[in-house]
Design a protein around this ligand. Structure first.
Ligand code: SR1
Ligand code: MG
Length: 421
């Protein structure tokens, strides 16, 4: 692992940030007032970086700085600073293909300091916190489905020029350290007695041991690890969980794509759906009223359906209207074999993608329950017994999705399966 810290790099804090920004902010980004009048608070609660909100007299921005190590683990887990470069660049590309309705604006990037500034989303709250609180958002599934369709289609060989796509592969191949985190934490460590694993013990001890002995499931996990490492299908967000999405009643923004790289589309979709399903299984830990619990669970399953359906319908539209992209070329389909053949090709594409999505959803659930990086939906349920019950049901679904994904052909059957767990 390379962990060279550039000579000009220093981690900033609330005191040092205003002076740094004063000399760095682009001239068209006026915060208003003098640096000593700006209010700065460090609000990062993710696993990796420092995140500051800087409030000037006229404008507020968010500033994100990478640390040369994993924040959640401390300095013993070194990590290079290049992730700021990838996050800044993915945000720009996502904004280009999905628009600023779904992706925040970025203002500047400073390579030496591994820092960038972006739009402050004054009214938005992290989706995970809201789902835990039992909140619902009417446009969420539509927005995330659209985000997935636009980002994945337009950065794949279906929707972009082949040479440009290969340039993306090469640019993001350098994000190998963050890929390695995913490869280890999602695809490998939950499947053996790895030191960093961190489950609800002793409640889940027996369940976790079963996972380590489950050859059938582990073989699928290893197959999907290989796919993750080798299938450069589209530019992924790379960490699309409910902590990477900010919402209001009427708006959704996707943030935090520092794990971005060219990988299999099903990884992003599966990650998000896996997190919705974990929210679903965690509900009894948060909602004691049975009817309210059921209602919020129904909402979460409905989100799984809407996200997938909007994704498919928008992706299909983009595909039907495509002007470039050498995979499934227009010469063969639009002008050659015709509509029936195009529909058949699309059907086959989405059938495979759905199966891969379910497997990735199951793998994300397993790792959040067994591995290093748990999720608040479960972790913050106070009673370890109740937490264990919720997690056990989630593990049951995860296994079924991983081992028998082929048996589930549509979102309705997945919803039924979740209910039966
Ligand atoms: C060491 S980073 C652990 C996890 O946090 C990030 O948000 C990713 O999900 C990663 O797997
Ligand atoms: Mg993150």
């Amino acid at each position: 692992m390379s962990n060279t810290v550039p000579a000009g790099y220093t981690p900033l804090n609330s005191e040092s940030l205003p002076q740094y920004l004063h000399g760095k902010l682009p001239s068209d980004l006026e915060l208003g007032g003098e640096p000593n009048q700006w209010t700065v608070s460090e609000v990062g609660d993710g696993n990796l970086n420092l995140v500051f909100i800087v409030q000037g007299l006229a404008k507020t921005i968010v500033v994100k700085q990478a640390l040369p190590y994993v924040r959640a683990a401390g300095e013993s887990w070194q990590l290079s600073l290049t992730r700021a470069f990838f996050e800044y660049n993915v945000l720009n590309i996502e904004a280009e293909v999905a628009g600023h309705d779904l992706v925040p604006q970025v203002y500047f990037y400073d390579q030496d300091m591994a820092i960038f500034a972006m739009e402050y989303l004054a009214d938005h709250i992290i989706l995970r916190k809201e789902l835990i609180a039992g909140q619902t958002f009417s446009g969420l599934g539509e927005d995330v489905g659209l985000f997935l369709a636009k980002t994945l289609f337009n950065t794949s060989d279906l929707g972009m020029d082949a040479a440009e796509k290969k340039a993306l592969v090469s640019k993001f191949a350098v994000n190998h350290e963050l890929c390695k985190i995913t490869e280890d934490l999602i695809f490998t460590e939950p499947y053996y007695d790895a030191e960093r694993n961190n489950w609800n013990s002793p409640e889940l001890d027996e369940d976790v041991r079963k996972v380590w002995n489950d050859e059938e499931m582990i073989q699928v996990a290893m197959r999907y690890k290989y796919k993750f490492m080798t299938e450069a299908q589209a530019l992924l967000h790379g960490d699309l969980h409910s902590g990477s999405i900010m919402v209001t009643d009427t708006d959704t923004k996707v943030i935090d794509p520092e794990f971005g790289f060219m990988g299999p589309m099903a990884f992003d979709i599966g990650n998000y759906i896996g997190n919705l399903l974990m929210a679903y299984f965690s509900r009894p830990g948060w909602e004691t009223d049975e009817a309210a619990c059921r209602e919020s669970q129904e909402y979460l399953l409905q989100q799984v359906s809407v996200t997938w359906e909007v994704f498919v319908s928008h992706f299909t539209e983009l595909w039907n209207e495509k002007q470039q992209g050498e995979a499934y070329p227009t010469e063969i389909y639009q002008n050659g074999l015709g509509e029936r053949a195009l529909k058949a090709a699309q059907h086959e594409f989405f059938t495979t993608l759905f199966e891969d999505t379910l497997v990735n959803a199951g793998l994300e659930m397993n790792r959040r329950i067994i591995g290093f990086a748990g999720v608040a939906d479960f972790k913050q349920i106070e009673s370890p017994e109740l937490r264990g019950e919720c997690q056990r049901r989630a593990l049951k679904l995860a296994r079924e999705l991983i081992v028998n994904a082929k048996n589930y052909r549509d979102v309705a059957t997945v919803a039924q399966l979740a209910q039966s767990c």
